[in-house]
Design a protein around this ligand. Structure first.
Ligand SMILES: Nc1ncnc2c1ncn2[C@@H]1O[C@H](COP(=O)(O)OP(=O)(O)OP(=O)(O)O)[C@@H](O)[C@H]1O
Ligand code: SF4
Ligand SMILES: [Mg+2]
Length: 322
């Protein structure tokens, strides 16, 4: 950790994919920081690059990478400078773990749940099978599942329980940072609320740092200390939650907040007109300009810089450039 308490610092991160149609600019010059014990919610519409950002941080990339560069500094070490073996031994799962989008469907149907959890320890920490199975029981209890389930198969578990198992797997190596990619999106609302409560409890008890990825602005507000809004491969606004939810500044972020229903408000819900751009050939200038009610000539010509408005409140929009 550096003197400001920063645990992770992502700087000028790019991840492009090569395809027959050209390069997909999924993560384009992303910058963000995470402190110990802090939860950063990354919010944005489908296809804006949230999962790509997560995969870039934990370096689990598809074969068709076209560009992968930048700095990912974890405790003062630039993990981008580590080779694959060093990264696997020192960082992935040990320091940074991840619950993948739709992960509850990725449990192996023919292996007992306890073994699948234990396997993480056997593989990554060279733990013996018997000790790893004891740990698996402990972590099942920890995520609110009776330890007897260590001997059950995935088909005997509900969707919510499977997701708890995935969370147990991500915690068991005691990482500093856990990336949660849409951890509740496939679940019904009650199960979703239970999982959110579990994440809050774990955060309080264990001081984990989370990167919580969601398309759901309201859900993000439940857990986030800090919110990052992603649009078309870029982060367009980052702010502490209380600042962001009371005063979002980027026109896209304002649009997202305006489309969230609230119980007490009589205000008419507004949707953002248009749809997100293709990442093959994103619009020139500000990528949001074809949908933005405030766009002017400058917006369609030049990509706006990121401006710090107040401590920790950053926005990428020409409206704030003096
Ligand atoms: N391996 C790949 N090759 C080419 N394009 C890809 C690849 N993986 C993702 N993409 C594209 O990159 C863009 C960003 O995808 P990504 O999955 O990161 O978005 P997302 O924000 O996680 O979306 P969702 O909310 O639907 O999960 C999309 O246009 C997607 O189609
Ligand atoms: S830079 Fe221009 S187009 Fe982009 S969000 Fe700001 S005002 Fe809208
Ligand atoms: Mg995704």
């Amino acid at each position: 950790m550096d003197k400001n308490g920063t645990l992770l610092s992502v700087q000028n991160l790019y991840l492009y994919y090569k395809t027959r149609k050209g390069l997909v600019q999924a993560v384009d010059d992303v910058n963000m920081e995470l402190k110990r014990g802090e939860t950063l919610a990354v919010v944005g519409e489908s296809g804006c690059g949230k999962s790509s950002l997560a995969r870039a941080i934990i370096r689990l990339l598809p074969r068709n990478v076209g560009k992968y560069s930048g700095k990912i500094i974890l405790d003062n070490v630039d993990t981008m400078k580590l080779n694959e073996e060093e990264f696997r031994k020192q960082v992935r799962w040990k320091r940074i773990s991840m619950v993948f989008q739709g992960a509850q469907n990725s449990l192996n149907p023919v292996l007992k749940v306890g073994y699948q959890i234990a396997e993480v320890l056997m593989l990554h920490l060279n733990m013996s099978k018997s000790r790893a199975l004891e740990e698996a029981k402990k972590y099942l209890r920890f995520v609110g599942i009776h330890e007897a389930f260590v001997d059950r198969y995935p088909f005997e578990l509900s969707g919510g329980m499977k997701q708890r198992v995935m969370i147990a797997m991500s915690l068991i190596t005691n990482p500093d940072i856990i990336i949660l990619d849409e951890p509740t999106s496939a679940l019904d609302v009650i199960t979703q609320a239970n999982i959110m409560n579990l994440l809050k409890k774990l955060k309080k008890e264990r001081n984990f740092s989370y990167i919580f990825i969601t398309h759901d602005m309201a859900l993000a507000s439940e857990l986030a200390d800090k919110v990052a809004i992603m649009y078309a491969g870029e982060i367009v606004e980052i702010a502490p939650s209380e600042v962001f939810y009371s005063e979002p500044m980027h026109p896209y972020a304002k649009g997202l907040i305006g489309s969230v229903p609230t119980l007490r408000s009589e205000k008419e819900l507004k949707s953002i007109p248009g749809s997100p751009p293709s990442l093959f050939n994103p619009p020139k200038g500000c990528r949001f300009h074809p949908r933005c009610p405030h766009a002017d000539d400058r917006c369609s010509e030049k990509n706006p810089p990121t401006i710090e408005l107040k401590d920790g409140h950053l926005v990428k929009c020409w409206l704030y450039v003096r």
